[in-house]
Write a protein that binds this ligand. Structure first.
Ligand code: ARG
Length: 352
């Protein structure tokens, strides 16, 4: 589709939702038409960027946390074009979003001249060694890239990776994230003191930094955004997946349960207590987190809100169902239309 067509199919619903008059809408569309005719493109106003980023969250079919789409905090860093400015914007994002634990859903739209190589701004390194992988196996390739750029980690299971930023036409550069900006939570379980021996921890804020934001035909390849965690992401996937931290056998042993028979359901028991530990630990540290039952109820309210607003709800069932006890939530028992609407966040090719 031509830029103008994309623009108009964004501006119309956007301006309607913002309560603007047809006159104002038509004026804006005429201005966009002129700009596109003259320069081949146009610029979004802050208001359009803000609402467009919120619509993009609302359209994120895989996200169960969309009830809060309209409260996304949008920082406009499109004009900050030096590496220093971008680093400052990223540090500010981490600090603002973390908010000492009271996590605020936030997006920072960076200059299209920048590309962030990290998958998330805060992420743990992974190292391949003779005795297996240390750290997060998902980070092994990116960790090698960082080392190739001259970064060196401590080789603990939870080394925070540096930011890797590439300005167009230039080589990528790595910058450390100051320790005091990275809020992390040690995982403990009130009924199983031996969880301490597992020495597990996780970072507070998941800030996706490798997806492109597309609004009205304009694409922003660098627009890191965050919400807060649902406990299963950490407890049932990051710590539990066999190809991630693979902790279920150790959790079972810390609980003192037998792992000889699959049919004893030791994995399931360990999984539940690991999820309980994640929830308890985030709560104890005053860090925002949601359990999957509450998240599903919030999502049900979102479904109702969308219906009431006369909008069609879209969703990806395979991602919306929680990985723990999915059939205990309403999400499991209904279907979702997985049409991809715009504005939205899109996966893009890895730059490395
Ligand atoms: N599942 C990813 C992780 O464990 C984070 C994805 C975004 N999650 C969120 N709650 N906003 O790191």
């Amino acid at each position: 589709m031509q830029v103008y067509e994309e623009a108009s199919s964004f501006i119309k619903p956007c301006y309607r939702e913002l309560g603007k008059s047809t006159e104002e809408t038509n004026q804006r569309l005429a201005a966009i038409r002129d700009s596109v005719a003259e320069t081949g493109t146009y610029e979004l106003t802050y208001e359009e960027l803000e609402h467009g980023a919120r619509m993009a969250w609302r359209h994120s079919n895989r996200c169960i946390g969309r009830l809060f789409w309209n409260s996304l905090q949008v920082f406009d860093a499109r004009r900050q074009e030096t590496l220093e400015d971008i680093v400052t914007a990223l540090y500010s994002h981490i600090e603002f979003a973390t908010n000492a634990g009271r996590i605020r859903p936030t997006i920072t739209v960076l200059s299209p001249k920048a590309r962030i190589w990290n998958h998330q701004l805060v992420r743990y390194a992974g190292y391949e060694t003779e005795s297996g992988i240390i750290g997060d196996p998902l980070s092994v390739i990116f960790t090698r890239v960082c080392e190739g750029l001259g970064w060196q980690g401590k080789h603990t299971p939870f080394d925070v990776l540096p930011l890797v930023i590439q300005m167009s036409g230039e080589e990528p550069v790595w910058v450390p994230i100051p320790d005091n900006l990275v809020l992390q939570v040690e995982i403990r379980h009130s009924e199983f003191p031996r969880f301490e021996e597992l020495a597990l921890q996780w970072y507070a804020v998941p800030i996706i930094s490798d997806m492109a934001l597309e609004i009205g035909g304009i694409r922003y390849p660098a627009a890191p955004f965050n919400g807060w965690y649902m406990e299963t992401e950490i407890g049932a996937r990051n710590f539990a997946d066999v190809n991630r931290y693979n902790m279920l056998p150790k959790v079972a042993s810390a609980m003192g349960i037998d792992t000889k028979s699959d049919a004893s359901l030791w994995r399931d028991k360990a999984l539940i207590e690991l999820n309980v530990a994640v929830l308890q630990s985030f709560k104890r540290h005053g860090v925002t987190i949601v359990d999957h039952h509450t998240a599903a109820k919030q999502f049900e309210r979102f479904e109702q809100m969308e219906t009431d607003a006369g909008r069609e709800l879209t969703g990806d069932w395979t991602w919306l169902i929680p990985p723990v006890s999915p059939a205990t939530t309403h999400v499991f028992h209904r279907q979702y239309n997985d049409t991809v609407l715009k504005p939205n966040y899109f996966r893009q090719n890895r730059p490395f």
